[in-house]
Write a protein of this length. Sequence first.
Length: 186
Amino acid sequence: MNAFEWDDQFNRLKNHFHPGSDVDVDALGFEFFEALKHWHIDAVQRGITDVIRNAKESYFPPIGVIREIIQARLSGMERTKNDCATCEGSGWIESWPEMSSGIVYERHARCPDCGIPAPEVKRTHKSRPLTRAEHDDWREGRAYRDTMPDWAKPKKERDPNETNEIREFMSNLRDKLFGHQDRYEP
């Protein structure tokens, strides 16, 4: 839950309950937010609704009362085995693969039957969904082709004599540029 979502819920509490005359309402709201911010907004909203419905007094309820209602409601949900036939209770399903920079990435999406909201994700890369033909090729294993140009591929092992020639050339060049210095030679 973020602060903007909490403002709406705290306004509901302020509309139904009256703080004492010596209470700083902003500090009270911040204290409630700090105690409840790790809960999901839906759970907090249901907890506040239950507190408002079952209130016997017009004064602000303690934070512990709201927290107990949220925990009781969530613990009851955790004990109930409610596996979705689509996602088998995980909340995620496979979505259509995407291609980015010539590489195929498998993606997942929230289950449409469970109704769990998907997290907000900012995309920083440019990707596109695979076409049906690309997807079939990818599934059959025909999509993997060598897309790297020859000049960008790693070089093969060099001949030890060639390596020694390069090392000697670089040593002579260093001596010409910087003068002869005593250095550690392996």
